[in-house]
Design a protein around this ligand. Structure first.
Ligand code: IPE
Ligand code: IPE
Ligand code: MG
Length: 253
């Protein structure tokens, strides 16, 4: 069992859930079987995150670039997403988990929106944890959208060009409503970001796991958090500025 400290939890954890296709291929099954098992992993990890008291969990479920996959795979992913939202509704509400979604949601099929939109509204009050699904999401696209919003404000005279700051951009990035990610985990063995939360990643701690997403267990989440807790985040400063000074130690004798 991995021990994690209650007082130094990352407030916002992001997960790039990768490796479903390879999990299935290793078993000689169609890729969609991997996505189905991946959906079970989502359930496990959401429960574990809520149990240990994470305030925000963002799951990268479908990228803007994933639309270019074979139609059959995209359709299966959308169907699984709909099934997931339908089957998890009660548990999310019972556990005061607010469900949110970020990305180009207008591209999602109407049958997905029909379950996603009401659940976002219903689960919004007094949450213990916010579960954000990044759907049809791209980090570059989100930055470009935020820039477009600011450009409009400048063009209309509501804002001056020199007020375009990182903070002003951030206000137009829905993925950062819950704060920057403190820890980002990628499963499946690749060491890359693949267009996830680019702006918010500036000072995130990264954890890469070789475990394929369908095999990812609660214990793997705890290991990632324990590794996060063993690190020193310096945000550009030096160690003496961020580490609490060791005081009050008196030797006997
Ligand atoms: C992640 O698994 C799920 C999505 C990107 C939707 P993949 O489908 O990318 O699995 P691999 O990387 O091909 O194994
Ligand atoms: C990243 O995985 C997207 C999601 C997990 C939803 P990909 O499988 O799409 O990323 P690449 O293609 O390996 O970079
Ligand atoms: Mg992949």
């Amino acid at each position: 069992m991995t021990l994690i400290e209650a007082r130094n939890l990352p407030a916002h954890v992001g997960i790039i859930m990768d490796g479903n296709g390879r999990w299935a291929q290793l078993r000689g099954s169609p890729r969609c079987e991997g996505h189905r098992e991946g959906s079970a992993s989502v359930r496990r990890v959401v429960r574990a995150a809520r149990r240990i008291g994470l305030r925000a969990l963002t799951l990268y479920a479908f990228s803007e670039q994933n639309w270019a996959r074979p139609e059959e795979e995209v359709d299966a992913l959308m169907e699984l997403l709909r099934e997931f939202l339908l089957s998890e509704r009660d548990e999310l509400l019972d556990n005061r988990i607010r469900l949110n979604a970020v990305g180009n949601l207008g591209r999602l099929p109407a049958v997905v929106r029909a379950v996603l939109d009401p659940l976002r509204d219903e689960s919004g009050t007094a949450p213990e944890m916010t579960l954000t699904l990044a759907l049809s999401y791209g980090g570059r696209e989100e930055i470009a959208d935020a820039a477009k919003e600011l450009a409009r404000e400048v063009a209309s005279g509501r804002m001056r060009a020199d007020e375009v700051t990182p903070e002003a951009l951030r206000k137009h990035m829905p993925s950062l409503e819950v704060g920057d990610p403190d820890l980002v985990i990628r499963t499946g063995g690749e060491r890359r970001i693949s267009n996830f939360l680019l702006f918010g990643l500036a000072y995130a701690e990264l954890h890469f796991s070789d475990t394929l997403w369908p095999d990812f267990e609660a214990e793997d989440l705890y290991k990632a958090i324990a590794s996060y807790q063993a690190r020193e985040r310096r945000f550009g400063l030096i160690s003496a500025q961020v580490a609490p000074p060791i005081t009050g130690i008196r030797l006997a004798g």
